[in-house]
Design a binder for this molecule. Structure first.
Ligand code: HGY
Ligand code: MN
Ligand code: MN
Length: 415
């Protein structure tokens, strides 16, 4: 069984954390200077570990094993949310580096081929899972051409500024890559609540992003009588209240919805707003539930328009991410390794966050492993995990990688 080097693992995670560090958190939005600095650092570490390291045309960092035979791809993403935690994505990327080194240093597994990867823009600066979509060939030219960030920067401009424009782009190679393993922090409370140290993921939720736009009439807040107003913000608040009242009627037990971005124009206390944008995001492990929620949102827009004073429109603001089941064979290897290293302290569970593994599973068998998040907090500077859980998770991943590659060179992974 390959032995990871806990010191080295934690030291590399602590080093990566310093790139873009802000207080306890990290700010490394996709294609930013700090993101690219971290990617160059990773490419060097992949090369030091004996991999052929490249950064591709959308910023994916790939370390290709020089070993012969079927390879297992291991990794995650190293870009972060605007107020990112230090482990979201970074954990799985540094685990991949440590798994490559641990298997390479153990004579019993030194022949096994492990590729490492850090995908780009999992966090949706431009497009959720941009890098893994490009990797599996589902990033359409229309999606790419229409990709703009919240400041109005286009993806093309970001690629140009990062020096990536025109570079060749990585593609999954199912004839060589037998599967993909992604380790990630849970980003929720379930493992901690149930005193478990390892989660083996069954399904990754699907996600839809809608943008609802309210167009009224900007006017004076003192002289415009209430009966004469066409107040876009008032229409927004009515709509949001309707969502929170009606969504529970069609939602499933673990459905979630978030209205996390609102743009009020001109956003001034003495002006009746004339224009408002609302981003409504919802998630569930069942596409049929997502369809029901999307149909309900459309009905609420029709009802909002029927009230007549403000024009309300609805559109999909981002490409949807489909719900995906993880590969049973790879999951089994993770479960056996979890039972070996954390007997009775592991559990099978769905993922409420979306992940690159969900996208990659369209081309390669994919599976995920979780470690607990302290207080269930993520996408916040306070995000953290216990050092012992970080080390344990890497031990389980290395063990599962060795058993996957060692068990069946053809890797009939049942897909
Ligand atoms: O939002 C998510 O689920 C992921 O962490 N980007
Ligand atoms: Mn993530
Ligand atoms: Mn995230």
């Amino acid at each position: 069984m390959p032995g990871i080097d806990a010191e080295r693992l934690l030291s590399d995670l602590d080093t990566l954390r310093t790139i873009g560090a802000q207080g306890r958190g990290v700010v490394r939005p996709a294609f930013s200077a700090k993101d690219m600095e971290a990617r160059r650092w990773l490419a060097e570490k992949f090369a030091d570990a004996g991999l052929e390291a490249t950064i591709d045309g959308v910023g994916n960092v790939y370390g290709r094993s020089r070993k012969a035979g079927k390879a297992l791809l291991v990794g995650s993403h190293s870009d972060t949310q605007p107020t990112g935690g230090w482990l979201d994505g970074a954990l799985g990327v540094v685990y991949a580096l440590e798994v490559v080194r641990a298997l390479g240093e153990d004579p019993a597994t030194a022949r096994l081929a492990v590729d490492a990867i850090s995908f780009q823009d999992e966090e949706s600066r431009f497009l959720g899972c941009l890098g893994s979509r490009s990797f599996v060939g589902t990033l359409s030219p229309e999606q790419e051409a229409g990709a703009v960030d919240s400041e109005g920067t286009t993806l093309a401009e970001a690629l140009e500024r990062a020096g990536l424009a025109g570079r060749p782009r990585l593609r999954a190679d199912p004839s060589r890559q037998a599967g993909f393993l992604e380790a990630h922090i849970e980003q929720g409370p379930h493992l901690e609540d149930e005193a478990k140290q390892i989660g083996v993921v069954t399904t990754i939720v699907g996600l839809r992003n809608l943008r609802i736009v309210f167009r009224g009439q900007q006017n004076h807040a003192g002289t415009t009588m209430m009966a004469r107003r066409r107040d876009a913000a008032a229409a927004l608040f009515d709509f949001a209240a309707a969502v929170n009242r009606e969504f529970p009627r069609v939602a499933a037990a673990r459905s979630v919805w978030t209205m996390g971005r609102v743009r009020v124009v001109p956003n001034a206390p003495s002006i009746v707003p004339g224009y408002v944008e609302l981003d409504l995001q919802f998630r569930d492990a069942d596409e049929a539930v997502l369809d029901r929620l999307e149909a309900l949102a459309a009905r609420l827009v029709v009802e909002a328009n029927a009230r007549g004073t403000v024009a309300v429109t609805l559109e999909r603001s981002r490409a949807p991410i489909a719900a995906t089941r993880m590969n049973e064979v790879l999951r089994k290897h993770l479960a056996i390794a979890a039972q070996r290293h954390a007997p009775e302290r592991w559990v099978e569970m769905p993922s409420g966050a979306f992940h690159d593994a969900g996208v990659v599973s369209a081309r390669l068998p994919a599976a995920m492993l979780f470690i607990p998040s302290v207080g269930g907090i993520s996408h916040d500077f306070a995000e953290d995990s216990r050092r012992e859980d970080i080390v344990l998770g890497c031990r389980v991943l290395a063990d599962a990688a060795a058993s996957i590659l060692g068990s069946d060179p053809k890797l009939s992974t049942g897909v």
